[in-house]
Write a protein that binds this ligand. Structure first.
Ligand code: G6P
Length: 366
């Protein structure tokens, strides 16, 4: 292969470690947050859009779910996110003034492409692709595009494509806010400053690898795991569970932590490790009480907190603290240790990390 592994054992590991560079490349040349980042038409289209409908599959779908939190809170534009394979066969209500966004690493996923064509048939003309492959079918089928610059992604389990999609979607939230007259200069400057700090911030999270390896050795002996998050970290919990399933074959589920009492708490015993994405935010106190419910049932907790997180390690509560608190960009930082946890659990179990059973990198048939 033209792409070499270098010091890494697998492409997935290499791609996890390429994230600071992939994010920097995706941000390269961006001096301001404007609709123009999304194509020439966007300056005309964005001010009038009534809402956003995001269509995607797999990890790209979870990027879309995260984007909903950003776009609604930053741009105050309503967002619907739907799995492409459901949307394409559903009798949905079209809104030609909405912006249809497809998110895809490959730009070729059959269900996402078909969903895009379906949206166009229903009268949607404002279409935007967030893709990593500039020559892909979704580029040809959309009016506007944003290219993530993750570089070639070879591991079947998506990593650097996901974090660069999140960067693109955070910019989209800012660009929509700008188009709607809702982005102050100060806010734009602070969003840009936070984005520029991101590669260094991801780098410092990658340095937690030795601690995560120690956790992975414990996870390798498990057959089930529960992932919890709240707010914009709920999609990150979903992505963490997906990564674990894809490459370790451990059964994993993710829940918004407030839903624990409506079902999954029944599964919690000493045999159920519970991973909590627990940055310091407005929901941390709520999450802490969810975690106490888990602990009270004997569940072993693995908590990813951040600086000043007001969570301490104790008996049955393992803690890894991310070095900083990252505000709105926190999902991008918090997914990185979950990628590493899945990766090292898979290597400890001896599974084929880059080519997990039954899965394909790009699913171009239905
Ligand atoms: C496959 C891959 C996933 C990916 C999904 C969507 O299932 O294994 O890693 O997230 O397709 O792919 P896309 O190229 O559309 O982002």
């Amino acid at each position: 292969a033209a792409v070499e592994l270098g010091p890494y054992r697998h492409f997935m590991q290499k791609e996890i470690f390429e994230q600071p560079r992939a994010i920097a490349d995706t941000l390269d040349g961006i001096q301001s947050i404007t609709p123009a980042l999304f194509g020439a038409q966007a300056a005309q289209v964005f001010p009038a859009i009534s809402g956003v409908r995001i269509l995607a599959c797999g990890t790209s779908f979870y990027a879309g779910l995260t984007a909903k939190y950003w776009i609604e809170s930053i741009a105050r534009v309503p967002v619907e996110v739907e799995v492409a394979s459901e949307y394409r066969y559903r009798d949905s209500v079209p809104d030609p003034s909405a912006l249809v966004v497809v998110i895809s690493q490959s730009g070729e996923t059959a269900d996402t492409l078909a969903a895009l064509k379906h949206a166009k048939q229903l009268g949607h003309t404002h279409t935007l692709a967030v893709v990593n492959v500039a020559t892909s079918a979704m580029v040809r089928e959309t009016a506007m595009q944003f290219f993530t610059r993750a570089g070639a992604e070879i591991g079947v389990a998506s990593t650097k494509a996901f974090t660069t999609q999140l960067v693109a979607l955070y910019l989209l939230a800012g660009a929509l806010a700008r188009a709607k007259g809702r982005l102050s200069e100060a806010q734009e400057a602070s969003m840009l400053a936070d984005l520029r700090h991101l590669p260094a911030a991801v780098q410092s999270v990658l340095a937690l690898e030795p601690q995560i390896i120690a956790w992975a050795e414990q996870f390798a002996r498990r057959e089930n795991a529960l992932f919890l998050g709240r707010g914009m970290h709920y999609p990150i919990a979903l992505e963490g569970a997906l990564k674990l399933k894809e490459i370790t074959y451990i059964h994993a589920e993710a829940y918004p932590a407030g839903e624990l009492k409506h079902g999954p708490l029944a599964l919690v015993t000493e045999a159920m490790p519970v991973v909590a994405v627990a940055p310091r935010d407005a929901l941390l106190d709520k999450l802490k009480s969810n975690l106490q419910e888990v602990r009270a049932r004997g569940g072993e907790l693995y908590v990813f907190a951040d600086a000043d997180g007001q969570i301490e390690a104790s008996d049955g509560v393992h803690l890894i603290r991310l070095p900083e608190h990252y505000g709105d960009l926190s999902p991008i930082l918090h997914v990185v240790p979950l990628q590493l946890l899945a990766y090292h659990t898979a290597t400890a179990r001896g599974t084929d990390v880059d080519k997990p059973r039954n899965l394909a990198k790009s699913v171009t048939v239905e």
